[in-house]
Ligand binder design. Sequence first.
Ligand SMILES: Cc1ncc(COP(=O)(O)O)c(C=O)c1O
Length: 368
Amino acid sequence: MTRPIEALISLANLQHNFAQARALTPGAKIMAVVKANAYGHGAIRVAGALGSLADAFGVASLEEAVELRNSGIDSPIVLLSGVFGRAEIREVARYGLGTVIHSVEQLQILLDTTLPRPVDVWLKLDTGMHRLGFTVDAFCRAAERLRAAEQVGNLTFISHLACADDPPAPQNQRQLARFQTTLAALELRADESLSLANSAALLTRPDMHFDWVRPGVMLYGVNPLSGNVPLPAGVELRPVMTLRSRIIALQTVAGGEAVGYGEVWRAPGSQATSSRIAVVAAGYGDGYPRHASNGCPVLVNGKAATVAGRVSMDLLTVDLGDNPTAKIGDAVTLWGEGLPVERIAEASETIAYELLTGVNQRVKFSDA
Ligand SMILES: Cc1ncc(COP(=O)(O)O)c(C=O)c1O
């Protein structure tokens, strides 16, 4: 047996989640966001499974886009952060990619370059997040220059929401209003499109869907709404990644004895009682969060158990509680089917995005 940690990727669940997105917004096109190796799931695998379903793919860099093109994905692909230097814009055209333009520098690079063919441009307005995008006046000036430029194919106007995961937050309304007011001033042309919604807005704000929605995390089966806000009625997301390993050792620990680095967990009871501890081949060196505290849930043979003691690089320890019959070789689900990754995120004070993208190459990936 080799080291048993593995990530099983359910492409059926991915396609199910995509269908949920499609049903929520039958009139809009869908850009499936597959940046960061498809949120850690494997970009080629994911884009392959969505290739005939998604209207476009969103990535973070030219390298990510070229990886997909070279694997045979011929759908539109958009660089969501645009180009990082002058040399990249010709490659964008050569590979038939689209690109966000969020800054004057990027605009100038495009306008200064003679391209073999026009590229689709996604011009980004900063509606209040203050991360990427043009201010209102600069955006309107940039739009006019792009409308007149021979380097530009389709033109889409785009912005990004800071608080979509918190639907009642007033920022959402403010950003929508700024988007709409700015675009009204621009007098949209018939062949120009709009895009604002990520997963959370796709799920909760039909008035933000416009022409293109850009779901990422929901496609991987994660509820993006914060504070355990439930999904809208009728929507069901299924986990795409199941991170799984096996028990490689068992310990019987007397009450009062500690387990693991720093002795942060102690078996309850007295010397006369004992706890069964399973040692599992998974650790922060695989991408499992070290901050998963005592009590973080796992499933041992499908039954609930909890992390006991500090997670180490290659191993974690589990209090088997009322499941004392577990044995070496038994399967341990760390997240995924039966155990939403959101619960691990909560227990380790992070977000599911970070956990999914953090699973690294020590972990074997295969189709579920
Ligand atoms: C510009 C842009 N659009 C869409 C998304 C997808 O967001 P989510 O995964 O929350 O759906 C992202 C992800 O961060 C993004 O940066």
